[in-house]
Design a protein around this ligand. Structure first.
Ligand code: RIB
Ligand code: NA
Length: 295
């Protein structure tokens, strides 16, 4: 049976410049290309989960502008239910300003309409949320929304997958209430305020999943630390790899796959996503991941 997943989160337009290197402070450099592609961590996770076969419902906000229309159309085209994606008039659509440089990317996110994904707005979606197998959220929406969502998930008994990106500190209550937390090493450092990450992993077995990029993902299974290695591929663009990982993990776990299987599935999906340009370019279908796993 298709798992039913609600994604509470951001949807944005990514404004992507490719440049050999990023400018230093006060400097101008000539870049190679410019593209606008749909992004935002919430929308990326929703699209990735839909391509993997989940029944996905996005809860988000867009501006009443052309980017907002494109964002909505793109969600629909990917099979995401958009009944709870609200156009707002007093904020522009969220944007992410991305420099894809040879060394690495850098991103400035302007949340815009994503700030309208408030605790009250999430509560409006309660009838939908109650019937879900999993709820997913990230941190491009207000902090109070993450807290309220964690509380609601506790009340209605639906597991919460929190991808604590971009990095910020969180109340302990959220860490306790989330079923799964998926920071990268940098985000984990901020979340656990300098606590040794091995200690954090053993404190939260089968919950804390620390992603280590090309190396894979680390967690504690109650007996010991486990590293589920990633797959090596030719990298075109790593933007959105984390989102694909989260969506694939969430889909697999909501289907009832084991932790280990779900993480292997997630690693395979994420490794495929980096082979295409743009956050959602390269995000694989179910078949592509299954073929990849069988290789
Ligand atoms: O996780 C990748 C996303 O983060 C991009 O699509 C961009 O919107 C940034 O917010
Ligand atoms: Na990609």
């Amino acid at each position: 049976k298709k798992p039913k997943i609600a994604v509470i989160g951001s949807s944005s337009m990514d404004l992507v410049v490719t440049s050999k290197r990023r400018p230093l402070a006060g400097e101008t450099v000539l870049g190679e290309s410019f593209e606008t592609v749909p992004g935002g961590k919430g929308a990326n996770q929703a699209v990735a989960a839909a391509r993997l076969g989940a029944d996905v419902h996005m809860i988000g906000c867009v501006g009443d502008d052309s980017y907002g229309n494109e964002i909505l159309e793109n969600l629909k085209a990917n099979g995401v239910n958009t009944g709870y994606v609200k156009p707002v008039t007093h904020q522009k659509s969220g944007t992410a300003h991305i420099i894809l440089a040879e060394e690495d990317n850098s991103i400035v996110v302007v949340k815009g309409a994503n700030d309208c994904v408030t605790p009250d707005y999430v509560k409006e979606a309660l009838p939908l949320l109650k019937g879900c197998d999993l709820i997913m959220i990230q941190q491009e929406v207000p902090e109070e929304t993450v807290l309220e969502t964690a509380r609601l998930c506790g009340e209605i008994g639906v597991p919460l997958l929190l991808n604590p990106a971009p990095a910020r500190e969180l109340p302990d209550e959220v860490i306790e209430k989330a079923a799964y937390l998926t920071p990268n090493e940098h985000e984990a450092g901020i979340l656990f305020k300098g606590l040794d990450l091995s200690k954090a992993l053993s404190d939260y077995p089968d919950k804390l999943l620390i992603t280590e990029g090309a190396a894979g993902v680390r967690y504690h299974d109650g007996n010991g630390e486990q590293l589920i290695p990633s797959f090596s591929v030719k990298v075109v663009d790593t933007t959105g790899a984390g989102d694909t990982f989260n969506a694939a993990f969430g889909t697999a776990i909501a289907e009832g796959q084991s932790m280990k299987e779900s993480l292997r599935f997630a690693n395979r999906a994420a490794s495929l996503s980096v082979t295409g340009f743009g956050a959602q370019g390269g995000m694989p279908t179910r078949d592509e991941v299954e073929r990849g796993l069988a290789e």
